[in-house]
Design a protein around this ligand. Structure first.
Ligand code: R5P
Length: 288
């Protein structure tokens, strides 16, 4: 198996290749003046007859096209099979059903696209498990729980808090790996930037706690949870997320987030990607 990293997963791709002891597939790429993406293998023969794992997070729409072009490039040059790793599936995972008449199921459209060239698709902590329905048994959704738990253990955290009911199972899994306590905040979203939180039942006076979520986007959820946990007397508060979208779209919140301990994984490569999912991905690729 060979590893080919797209522009949004360059560092993660290198780590996975190193862990597996394989050289990354080399190619050159550019964008034409009209913004279309171009790529060319340095050594086309290197992919012939090989299984290629292509790794590319899809943060913006252009990343999806890049992924398709990279898949086509290795297929055209004789790759035997393609495993597509999309560490961050993209915001389209949120539109996993029709919420109001007239809407599309955008996650299904993306799932179809990702499967065109792939024998297997691997994601990490996809926003909704419902997305797997759109992949005829071809999708593996990896959990970042182990590397997150490892990181938090080193930082002496003794409570893992989910910032809403939807994040509960992730927090429970991490806390059970760490052997610490867990609870969740009752959250009501008012709009894209505002949330209401009820922590009446949570008692963390003097404790070192971590809030663990899948995404930090505008940072509204984390900042609010942080303030509330501080009011409750928490001694230390870590904010941990799998996908640090704020590093791309809401960079202005970084100074506020840095006031407390915020870390994310490298599914989206940012300056705060202190936790790597490379071990989880490599471990899964070893099974192929
Ligand atoms: C919500 O369902 C998600 O799990 C996150 O809590 C949410 O996307 C975070 O968004 P923001 O950073 O904009 O509050």
């Amino acid at each position: 198996m060979l590893i080919l990293a797209g522009s949004k997963s360059k560092v993660l791709g290198q780590k996975v290749a190193r862990t597996l002891g394989v050289a990354p597939v080399e190619y050159e790429s550019k964008r034409f003046p009209d913004s279309s993406f171009y790529a060319k293998l340095m050594d086309p023969a290197s992919v012939r007859g090989q299984e290629i794992a292509i790794i590319q997070s899809c943060i913006r729409d252009e990343d999806i096209i890049e992924l398709l072009v990279l898949q086509e490039m290795v297929k055209e040059n004789g790759a035997r099979g393609i495993i597509t790793i999309v560490p961050y599936f993209g915001g389209y995972a949120r539109q996993d059903k029709v919420f109001q008449p007239g809407e599309p199921v955008s996650a299904r459209a993306l799932a179809k696209l990702f499967q065109i060239y792939s024998d297997q698709v691997i994601t990490v902590d996809v926003h909704s498990e419902l997305v797997s329905r759109f992949f005829e048994n071809k999708m593996i959704n990896l959990s970042p729980a182990e590397p997150v738990a490892e990181y938090l253990k080193k930082h002496d955290v003794n409570w893992v808090i989910a910032p809403d009911a939807g994040a509960r199972s992730r927090a429970e899994r991490i806390s059970s790996l760490m052997g610490v306590q867990t609870d969740y905040i009752k959250k009501k979203r008012i709009d894209s930037y505002t949330v209401e939180m009820d922590l009446g039942h949570i008692h963390v006076q003097g404790e070192s706690v971590a809030i663990v979520d899948d995404i930090i986007s505008t940072g509204g959820t984390m900042l609010r949870a942080f303030e509330e946990l501080r009011k409750k007397g928490a001694r230390n508060v870590y904010a941990v997320c799998t996908h640090g979208l704020f590093g791309i779209f809401h960079r202005d919140i970084i100074p506020s987030l840095k006031k407390f301990n915020v870390v994310c994984t490298d599914t989206i490569e940012t300056e705060l990607s202190m936790i790597s999912v490379s071990g989880v991905i490599s471990g899964t690729l070893r099974r192929f």
